[in-house]
Design a protein around this ligand. Structure first.
Ligand code: HEC
Ligand SMILES: [Cu+2]
Length: 356
């Protein structure tokens, strides 16, 4: 009887290990096992220690369990009831000591050491005491991220641009329910709570694009609430911000009309957009569209993705999204719009693509 059940348990363990292996991907798209900054490195090292200690304890317990099973088998085969009663009486002193050491003292030491390590990692990743101004503010919305840069008049969505090789502060809050911002390769996970502001520090050693994800269940499309952190060289970041800074003199009258001149489709798209319901939710700086409940579309043409990292930013996806967002992200807070004429969608798409 016991043999098949042990085999079954071994198989179950192997299956679980297989699942766990799924957590580690070489593409390193959103992997906590591929740290790319000192914060995530500290968290990763703690995790490795906990995994190793846990594995050793597990192995010892399993070995002891088999030893106990083997001994019990022997005892029952050739012992009379009297024998085993006598042996139990003789042993009562020893098991109590063994249980006290293996069941209480050793675990207390292990948990104590891990607690000290965890507290030290927590201190390493929390720099609240140092203060410092946030370079970006991120507000969680069902089911997207609003990102603004306080030193620049720039508002974007679903991408956070930071300088490389530097620890930067990001301020987090929420417009509706609790969300949690997590970029596994760069740092810890911090909740975004309505009515309060929480700081998070991010640090990337190498320039690149790092994927993040909402890590607190927030509604129907929680799983599709993704974003990217883009780490740039400082000069490149400055240029990125300058190009989009609505307040800076260089571009003050560039957006949005100069790009539209001479292109009839884009011009028509602008008219359709401005006379559709889009403007009640979306803003385009410098126009009559001033909605505040949806992603700011001022530079949507140069966005890396659409709808919180679930669609590429291309003509096909943009058309599909505007026509029927509910089939792509059911339960998202953008309704489909009925257009009188399908060419109106093409025009809006051309207009939005011109907004770089
Ligand atoms: C009732 C409010 C509402 C209306 C009306 C609305 N949208 Fe949206 N829109 C949203 C919300 C909310 C999102 C974010 C959806 C998500 O990612 O979950 C969004 C996302 C988008 C995006 C993707 C932006 C990005 O950066 O990911 C585009 C493009 C867009 N809307 C265009 C339009 C157009 C064009 C119209 C008019 C035809 C329109 N929307 C009407 C609420 C609205
Ligand atoms: Cu969520």
């Amino acid at each position: 009887m016991s043999v098949p059940s042990i085999t079954a348990r071994t198989l179950a363990c192997a299956a679980l290990l297989g699942l766990a292996a799924g957590c580690s991907t070489d593409t390193s798209e959103q992997s906590a096992l591929a740290p790319a900054g000192s914060q995530s490195q500290a968290v990763h090292e703690l995790w490795v220690w906990m995994a190793v200690v846990g594995a050793v304890v597990w192995a010892i317990v399993v070995v002891l369990m088999f030893v106990a099973l083997a001994r019990r088998g022997h005892g029952e085969a050739d012992a009379t009831a009297e024998d085993s009663a006598g042996r139990r009486a003789a042993m009562t002193g020893r098991p109590v000591a063994a249980v006290a050491v293996a069941g209480a003292l050793i675990p207390a030491i292990i948990v104590g050491v891990i607690a000290v390590m965890a507290i030290s990692v927590q201190r390493e990743t929390d720099h609240s005491a140092e203060g410092g101004a946030p370079i970006a503010e991120v507000v969680g919305h069902q089911f997207w991220w609003e990102v603004s840069y306080p030193d620049h008049d720039v508002t974007s969505a679903n991408e956070i641009h930071i300088p490389v090789g530097e620890r930067v502060r990001i301020e987090l809050s929420s417009a509706d329910v609790i969300h949690s911002l997590w970029v596994p390769e760069l740092g810890g996970k911090v909740d975004m709570i309505p009515g309060r502001s929480n700081p998070l520090w991010l640090e990337a050693d190498e320039p690149g694009v790092y994927w993040g994800q909402c890590a607190e269940y927030c509604g129907a499309q929680h799983a599709r609430m993704r974003f990217v952190v883009v780490a740039h060289e400082q000069a490149e970041l400055d240029a990125w911000l300058r190009d989009r800074d609505e307040g800076s003199d260089e571009v003050s009258d560039e957006v949005p009309t100069s790009e539209l001149e001479g292109d009839a489709l884009v011009e028509r798209g602008r008219e359709v957009f401005m006379s559709s319901s889009c403007v009640y939710c979306h803003a385009v700086q410098g126009t009559a569209a001033t909605g505040q409940t949806a992603p700011d579309l001022t530079h949507v043409g140069s966005r890396l993705g659409l709808a919180a990292g679930i669609l590429p930013n291309d003509t096909e996806s943009l058309t599909a999204w505007i026509t029927d967002p509910q089939s792509i992200k059911p339960g998202s807070l953008m309704p489909g719009t009925d257009f009188d004429d399908p060419s109106e969608v093409d025009a809006i798409v051309a207009y939005l693509e011109s907004l770089e």
